[in-house]
Design a protein around this ligand. Sequence first.
Ligand SMILES: *Cc1c(COP(=O)(O)O)cnc(C)c1O
Length: 383
Amino acid sequence: MSNSPSASVIELARSNVRELTPYQSARRLGGNGDVWLNANEYPLAPEFQLTAQTFNRYPECQPKAVIERYAAYAGVATDQVLVSRGADESIELLIRAFCEPGKDAVLYCPPTYGMYGVSAETFGIERRTVGTKENWQLDLQAIADNLANVKLVYVCSPNNPTGNLIDAADLRALLEMTQGKAIVAIDEAYIDFCPQASVVAWLQDFPHLAILRTLSKAFALAGLRCGFTLANPPLIELLLKVIAPYPLSTPVADIAAQALSDEGITVMRTRVKEIAETRAWLQEALQQCPCVEQVFGSDSNYLMARFTASSIVFKTLWDQGIILRDQNKQSGLAGCLRITIGTRQECQRVIDVLQVLPGAGESSSADDANPTRVKLSPSKEPM
Ligand SMILES: *Cc1c(COP(=O)(O)O)cnc(C)c1O
């Protein structure tokens, strides 16, 4: 086997990369859907025109207009903002700046976003997981007991996929417990849906706080690949040491600046209100479906629900072109599916299918014909 040329290439790879399970993005999972409710994207494309033409020149590393406008939007100084290729790049930059392979660990609290673990694994950094309590809040005592060698703690609030905010008092206690020992990265990818819950004002108290933001969710620009880190200047300067020389292409910077104009922010706020209304409608409608056990509250652009037979529900919707995100394999989330808030019509299509599925103990012709065989192919999802 090792004689074959491609086998030897594989043997040359770093062992942690050979063993790596890559992030199963919604796009990679494929499917023939026409209703995509699996990646927390906005269902409609905002329109932009390119204004920049200087494609012969390298772009600015940190485009001034983007930095200034995001700083104004977030209520911080311009030297407290770093822009990068999505919040995912920010997750990685923190590891590159702070964690040494074979020595340091990152800590996070499942069920949560899958990229913290994937990025750590890619860089050969130990992953220390401390499960949340049953209510999906931080288990502060268990975190305190597991901080040895931890250089970086990721907390997602509102949490993906559960949708809940993390208690502010717990976040503050975590920041106090880690002072001088580790960086705390609060992932606020969904904070534009509940801006009052941001911890951005705490930057003045905590030099080891980093806040992750993105244009992918409330700004409806997942395809742009643009995200931000908010932190105090010494931390930002460390990240600038390890970032690529030109992380944002000229068209990305151009469109990001437009999205962050006064008009762009007004459009985003209108979109947030519309999504909140559709979410309230969907939550109510889901609660009336016999196959739904529980719908969890959400401060974001998705809802998570527990179903009596989630794999049947997932497959039935999949077969009709409606793609959800299966959370069944995450710790504590047996039977749970995550549903992105689409258009009102898309959400109606979900409900039309779910309304006629049977609940627990009820029998249906579909169940009788197909008692336990319904197993779905897309699996191995870290998120
Ligand atoms: C979507 C998401 C991200 C990634 O954002 P990008 O800017 O698209 O890379 C980061 N964290 C969480 C929790 C997310 O859901």
